[in-house]
Design a protein around this ligand. Structure first.
Ligand SMILES: [Zn+2]
Length: 87
């Protein structure tokens, strides 16, 4: 449990850091449906973040060897788009 809120619009620090909570949520989500893939939109809905945050988290996750981001069919919405899956 964490009392920390993700809302950061009032923060004075304008840097855009990748949020560990988003990354953890994405990793858990993608790993749980392995080997199926999810697109940014479906990740955003599931992890409850903005599309921009989901996109950033997905791109960052794909930098690791554990995940792969390619043009493929999203398991949830069925669109063929850039989607991420666990290796
Ligand atoms: Zn989707």
């Amino acid at each position: 449990m964490t009392p920390r809120r993700l809302r950061s619009t009032t923060g004075s620090d304008s840097r855009v850091d990748s949020q560990p909570d988003v990354a953890a949520g994405l990793a858990g989500l993608i790993t749980s449906i392995k080997p199926l893939a999810l697109c940014d939109s479906c990740i955003a809905l599931d992890v409850r973040v903005s599309l921009a945050e989901a996109h950033e988290a997905s791109v960052n996750a794909a930098l690791s060897a554990a995940f792969e981001r390619t043009l493929q069919r999203c398991h949830r919405c069925g669109r063929t788009v850039e989607a991420i899956c666990a290796r």
